[in-house]
Design a protein around this ligand. Structure first.
Ligand code: C5P
Length: 219
């Protein structure tokens, strides 16, 4: 039986780490859907184009190639902020939808399923996923984590700026008209504010097991 796990949540909530760990634990493929929006944004920034230019953003999304996902600059703050600007544009989202659905339906490497993490996986990309988790954490905790990640990578970072950037990104992601960030009705909320990675992973795993057991008893 194929298995799709949808893992959504705001910036720096820890969903990427959880998605990678869940994929390893259940031997599933993993797609970081944010990297698609980041790749579109990075292309535009590299061309000197404005991420808010709908036509340029749509063209960049439609011509996205696998190599674009390997760019070394995808994880930076500037690209993340520009990604949330391009992600608000319906044409960009439409251009990236088929790839995400195809990945979930026919995961690469012959895997029996996939974990997709992002903002709208449970609501738009894979609304039928049997397991949906919405990961949250307070803005301050998320800013602290992102700040430490940036410092750990040798980048310069100011906590107050990271917090402000996270707040702005949350606002853009939640208030956009197309596929806004919100939990699917059947998603389980996982608050990682007070959890370290091991505890958050254990909690996510329990949610998956409970969901699978419930799905099994319904058949
Ligand atoms: O998760 P990450 O921070 O890499 O995502 C970058 C941006 O891409 C987000 O702020 C969001 O605007 C956008 N995104 C999205 N839908 C997804 C994944 C990411 O709109 N499924």
């Amino acid at each position: 039986m194929s298995l799709t796990i949808a893992l959504d949540g705001p910036a720096a909530s820890g969903k990427g780490t959880l998605a990678r760990r869940l994929a390893a634990a259940y031997d599933l493929a993993h797609l970081d859907t944010g990297s698609l929006y980041r790749a579109v944004a990075a292309k535009l920034l590299a061309e000197g184009a404005d991420p808010a230019d709908a036509q340029a953003a749509a063209t960049a999304a439609e011509s996205l190639r696998p190599a674009d996902l390997e760019r070394p600059d995808l994880r930076g703050q500037a690209v993340g902020a520009a990604a949330s600007v391009v992600a608000a544009q319906p044409q960009v989202r439409a251009a990236l939808l088929d790839f995400q659905r195809g990945f979930a339906k026919s995961p690469p490497g012959g895997k029996r399923g996939a974990v997709l993490d992002g903002r709208d996986v449970g609501t738009v990309v894979c609304p039928d996923a049997p397991v949906k988790i919405f990961v949250v954490a307070s803005p301050e905790v998320r800013a602290r984590r992102r700040h430490e990640e940036l410092i750990g990578r040798g980048d310069t970072s100011i906590y107050a700026h990271v917090l402000e950037e996270i707040r702005q990104r949350d606002k853009r992601d939640r208030e956009r008209a197309t596929a806004p960030l919100k939990p699917a009705e059947d998603a389980v909320l996982l608050d990682t504010s007070d959890l370290d990675i091991a505890a958050a992973f254990a909690a996510a795993r329990r949610i998956v097991e409970d969901r699978l057991a419930a799905a099994g008893t319904q058949q």
